[in-house]
Design a protein around this ligand. Structure first.
Ligand code: HEC
Ligand code: HEC
Length: 258
């Protein structure tokens, strides 16, 4: 008799467990039903539902003009103008987004073509109003941009060849003078890299600068750039001497890259 009474007595712990169970069991059931419904709906598509989402993602990435689905370890392959156009430029030039001249639309291109290949290429490389430099893909080589520019211009009636202008090489005398000017005015920062100056032999730091071209570098050295003082801080230095110092720096940077 006393045993029976003991068994039906509810301890506080039993009460707590029963309450929690009562609260959770329906919640769990609802959760499982929802998961089941969602699972059934997700599985209702075609068997290759996963590749289709992948395809959709690729299409969405493409409309921003940059191909992200690229193996970063793959060796760099120069692409044709057609491929660069499709992967980078079409994002704007196919539809005319941002008022970009439309592909094959002669009326959009006639005047631009009239301004000449060099102007078009310069704008494609450096940017022009809402046209971003290199179409927004800094990894494109100059030649790839040139080919894509020619691909578009020729499709609208031009007859251009993709070529790159070679910058005139400085003479040995210029380089010798540049080395002297550099030692006196520039080495204090550019030999050590102090305050963020690009070190003379740091090929990696110079690679993006070399892409900008000499005209930009001359102007940055003569007028000053973000952290670099105009003429290295020596007001008396002539423009010509500043330019040969840049020639020397560029020659050293190119030598370091090779
Ligand atoms: C984000 C949009 C966008 C992308 C991507 C883009 N462009 Fe453009 N592009 C423009 C716009 C906008 C203009 C018109 C600029 C103007 O005339 O004010 C333009 C104009 C140009 C012009 C004519 C320049 C001139 O002097 O009239 C060339 C050449 C050009 N783009 C080349 C390219 C190449 C090559 C690519 C791909 C590597 C590319 N664009 C990718 C928006 C874009
Ligand atoms: C007081 C230190 C200092 C001296 C001296 C100096 N530079 Fe620089 N220079 C810098 C810094 C810092 C930068 C990096 C600016 C940046 O972040 O782009 C720089 C960048 C540059 C660049 C690249 C431009 C750019 O956009 O980054 C050139 C070209 C250059 N310097 C040329 C010269 C020449 C030529 C001399 C000598 C006549 C000189 N510098 C002397 C500090 C110096």
């Amino acid at each position: 008799m006393s045993d029976h009474i003991e068994m039906t007595k509810t301890t506080p712990k039993d009460f707590l467990l029963a309450t929690l169970g009562g609260l959770f069991a329906p919640g769990l059931a609802i959760f499982l039903i929802v998961m089941l419904v969602l699972g059934v709906r997700a599985g209702m598509g075609s068997p290759d539902a996963a590749p289709m989402t992948d395809q959709a993602v690729r299409e969405r990435i493409q409309s921003f003009g940059v191909s992200v689905a690229v193996d970063p370890n793959a060796p760099r392959v120069e692409r044709s103008g057609e491929v660069v156009y499709a992967e980078v430029c079409a994002g704007c030039h196919e539809s005319g987004a941002l008022a970009a001249p439309k592909f094959k639309e002669k009326a959009d291109w006639a005047k631009r073509i009239g301004s000449g290949y060099d102007t078009l290429l310069g704008h494609a490389l450096k940017g022009f109003n809402k046209m971003p430099a290199r179409g927004g893909d800094p990894d494109l080589s100059d030649m790839e941009v040139a080919r894509a520019t020619v691909h578009m211009a020729n499709a609208a009636g031009a007859n251009f060849q993709p070529t790159l202008k070679k910058e005139p090489e400085p003479s040995a005398a210029d380089l010798a003078r540049g080395k002297m000017v550099y030692a006196d005015n520039c080495a204090s920062c550019h030999d050590t890299g102090v305050t963020g100056a690009q070190k003379l032999n740091d090929a990696k730091a110079w690679a993006p600068l070399l892409k900008e071209g000499k005209a930009y570098l001359y102007s940055a050295a003569i007028n000053g750039s973000f952290g670099g003082p105009a003429k290295g801080g020596n007001e008396k230095l002539s423009d010509a001497d500043t330019r040969v110092a840049v020639d020397y720096m560029v020659a050293e940077a190119k030598a370091a890259a090779n």
